[in-house]
Design a binder for this molecule. Sequence first.
Ligand code: UD1
Ligand code: MG
Length: 478
Amino acid sequence: LRSVVQPSFPALQANVGFSLLAFVGSVVLVPQVGKAFVEKGLKGRDLCKPGGRISGPYIPECLGLPCASLYILLMMLFIPFPFSHLFTPSSDSGVAFSQQELTLYLSSLLSLLTATLLGFIDDLFDIRWRHKLPIPLVASVPTLLVYYSEGGWTSVVLPSTVGNWLSSIGPLYYIYLLLLPTFTTNSINIVAGINGVEVTQALIIALSVLLNDLLFIPIWPERFLAVVGGGNPSEGRLLGWAAGEVVQRHLMSAYFMAPMVGVCAGFLWHNWYPAKAFPGDTFCYFTGMAFSVVAIHGHFSKTLILFFIPQIFNFILSCPQLFHLVPCPRHRLPRYDATTNLLFPSLTEFERPPEMKTRVVLRIMEVLRLVKLERASSTMSVTQKVRNKSGNQVAVKVKTSGENSDPDNIRDGGKESGSDGEGVILSSTNLTILNLLLVHFGPMREQSLCLLLGFIQVFCSGVAFGIRYGLGSMVYGG
Ligand code: UD1
Ligand code: MG
């Protein structure tokens, strides 16, 4: 058993080499193909630059495609390394070739390929939200089937009694696994719109997953383990209890995550402010799917979700807009002000007084300081109001109570129609974490906002490790 679970060190070294190739490859490849993408119409205006939507600079879009292609190509070329014992007769080496591992590896690649293809289709045709959501479900079918076929949940190593109890919720766990890829792909895609932000998230999550994997892999020098005072020095293990299959699974995950770190870092080179390339939905789909795939196969999907704390928060914050309680404009990214060169929270305007349920939700969010609302003092006085914000004349026509045909408002008796007692809501800040940061920290430059989000992501990863290996060691198994 020991020879099966021990990492084959040439494979690890090769993986480091492939990761460097992934980094250099994306640094070199992206600018070379950018022009061809623009010629094919794959370009988008950089909205947070002077000119914005009207005349902002055109940037090649969807460059997640060459990155994903490079990554998948490298992962294909890497196959012989972890399976190098295939070339040695098993009787000589004493190590049987693991069909199961190869199946896991290949199904991961298949899911990644499908996610990339579907992300690219989204970039080409701008698929509508309700059609977009199930896309990653389809892409994750190969991964989930392989997971199921090799015993799935029941084979997870669960050291605690709590874990054993949890295994009884098997079917629910499969539903969670089914939804995981949908979440990881879309949640990165909706923290978007400023230079570098999608790639920064993906890079930090990839680094966090990789670090988590390395905790399980016996590569730590004795001296280091003596300094940190833990682990199993004779076997180079940081986590003394991690053994056998657990090590093997994290090793496989590390093989996928290290080149992912390389690709993300290489692409960030071009996507950092001022961006020379946009990732497109292809990048979000492919990175999100990679995280789900390694976590499902590595049996650490509960740990993975901890690395998505900012994205979970952003998703919950976004729900009123995603489910159309609050108007959801095509772009919710922050508003750029050319005179100051700063980003401000962007607003979603109410063309007519919001319904009761919308008002209640917004009021709760306001109390929780998650949103900034703009109100008119009385219903009648806002029938024809002209608001001037940073030079933009915006005419807002709000119907009076008599005109309002909305059933919820009629139920109000038409007395305070559209008003939550403090006045009619005219607009709300768009419900994203980026806008929320601008509400609380004030206007800032595009790159500062991206850095701030990056710091929050790193901080949350720290919290995630704290939960996983501190509080959660009771609950978390693999
Ligand atoms: C998601 C968000 C949307 C946000 C958009 C920005 C939701 C529900 N959707 O939509 O609110 O506005 O991402 O990516 O939250 N862009 C920039 N600067 C950047 C990156 C992108 O200006 O650094 C603009 C470009 O015009 C680019 C466009 O965003 O063409 C790409 O948008 P796309 O990824 O297609 O938007 P969605 O993912 O549908
Ligand atoms: Mg997008």
